[in-house]
Design a protein around this ligand. Structure first.
Ligand code: ADP
Length: 449
């Protein structure tokens, strides 16, 4: 490619230069001839009549004198009596008509041009000077072999160069393709470094995501299998008649709770995959977080009462910019956990308030803080980082026993990310947990709405 481009460039340049040169040459030769003719005229007729041998010969210029009709009176290179009438030559005709004339004719071979310049003398006769000059085509022809050699060298050089450059450019990419994880200088050039780093980073992310997805699929299958096995077992016992009449209500209850568990699991899995899909449209609006917190507390009231847990809601009207369904889900999951992992006689405290600091990037717009605190069993330090992972539970049987799917906090984490919110976990095993989420404030709607 590069070779073709340089070839074209060379040809184009040569062509253009030839054109320009041809033009210059023509003008130069004609103006030389003109000066010569004028000189001869100044010198007077004696000069060239007598100086046939000395003044004119050897200069390479042919001098011809014609009378007003074009009949040749004198020619320094040929016998004038043998020459035909020159009256029809363009330069002679022009000179007869307007006093001076010029023309260029190809002479004999292709490589030479003859230039003519003629003037009319006072007595009506015409004086003409002519000169052969190598035409540009001729010059071009004579330098053609040189051009050819230069071209050959240039083509070789450009092929070599493009080979070298391509190699240099491709090498690090090839290395990257062969061993994407190999660290260190890939042996390329600086400009490529950010790209390579980006590719590596994306690859790492891809590998990580694939691993997470595989783990998730394995976990989902495992989680679905447990209640299904239970359902199948109970049903088989009833089917084969091995279960006595007395056992049947208990088995039916087992089937019922396993089916509920399946439903809860499937719901959470679907919800997560919806949240995973970043294409899903999310409608944002101004939400009164305090209002949502009170509704949530009311919804959980019955469950909390069953476990001897008291729910308190504290705070004031605070407006956040968020998606209603997601905000409700987030609140529900956090408060539900605070109730479920609580102790008899414990409390859950939901607090909504304006934070002291502004939203980063938007001065004047404060953060709204949601805090869900409980006096429950707490989370041991070593588990704190992992509880937001899918299916991660501190105590599997306790979680399952209370209808937990292990996905609640993973959903919360997603919702937090979708709202550009921040989340903080503080917990101490045995004394309780506090999860704080800070949202962007939304300006409250005008009065009366
Ligand atoms: P689950 O359905 O099991 O509750 P989550 O994702 O909501 O799933 O929570 C993951 C794990 O984090 C729970 O199994 C539990 O061990 C722990 N956890 C969550 N919230 C609390 C809390 N308020 N107090 C103590 N442990 C909690």
């Amino acid at each position: 490619m590069m070779a073709v481009i340089s070839l074209l460039a060379i040809l184009l340049t040569t062509g253009l230069l030839t054109g320009v040169y041809q033009n210059l040459l023509c003008r130069q030769v004609i103006s030389d001839l003109r000066e010569y003719v004028l000189l001869v005229r100044e010198a007077g007729s004696d000069f060239w009549r007598e100086g046939t041998g000395s003044g004119v010969a050897g200069s390479g210029i042919r001098l011809t004198l014609m009378d007003g009709e074009g009949k040749v009176l004198f020619d320094n290179e040929a016998d004038s009596s043998l020459l035909e009438n020159h009256g029809d030559r363009p330069e002679v005709r022009q000179a007869m008509e307007s006093g001076e004339g010029e023309s260029v004719r190809r002479s004999g071979t292709f490589t030479h041009n003859t230039f003519y310049y003629a003037i009319r003398l006072e007595n009506g006769s015409v004086l003409r000077a002519a000169r052969d000059s190598e035409s540009v085509a001729g010059i071009f022809g004579s330098v053609l072999p040189d051009i050819f050699w230069i071209l050959a060298v240039l083509i070789l050089m450009s092929v070599g160069m493009s080979h070298f450059l391509t190699g240099k450019f491709i090498y690090p990419i090839e290395r990257l393709a062969e061993a994407p994880d190999a660290e260190g200088e890939p042996g390329g050039y600086e400009e490529l470094e950010p790209l390579i780093e980006k590719i590596r980073q994306q690859r790492r992310e891809l590998v990580r995501n694939t691993r997470i997805r595989q783990e998730f699929t394995a976990n989902v299958s495992h989680e679905l299998k447990t209640p299904l096995t239970a359902i199948s077992g109970y049903a088989e016992l009833i089917e084969t008649g091995l279960a006595s009449e007395r056992d049947i209500p208990g088995f039916a209850k087992g089937i019922h709770s396993s089916a509920d568990r399946l439903l809860a699991l499937i719901n959470d899995i679907l919800r997560l995959s919806e949240l995973d899909d970043s294409e899903t449209e999310m409608e944002f609006e101004c939400l009164n977080l305090y209002e949502l917190a009170k509704n949530c507390a009311e919804m959980l009231q019955v469950n909390a009462a069953k476990q001897g847990v008291e729910i308190q809601v504290e705070g004031e009207d605070c407006w956040i910019s968020g998606n209603r369904q997601m905000a409700e889900e987030l609140l529900y999951n956090l408060c539900d956990n605070a109730v479920r992992y609580n102790v008899k006689g414990g409390t859950v405290n939901i607090r909504v308030r304006k934070a002291d600091s502004d939203t980063p990037g938007t001065p004047g717009r404060r953060r709204i803080l949601l805090q869900v605190s409980d006096t429950g069993i707490g989370i041991p330090k070593e588990h704190q980082e992992r509880i937001f992972e899918r299916f991660y539970r501190v105590d599997k049987s306790r979680s399952r026993g209370m209808g937990g799917t292990g996905l609640g906090l993973a959903i919360v984490k997603h919702i937090v990310a979708r709202h550009d919110a921040d989340m903080k976990l503080e917990s101490k095993a045995g004394s309780g947990t506090r999860i704080s989420v800070s949202f962007s404030e939304c300006p409250p709607p005008p009065e009366g709405l």
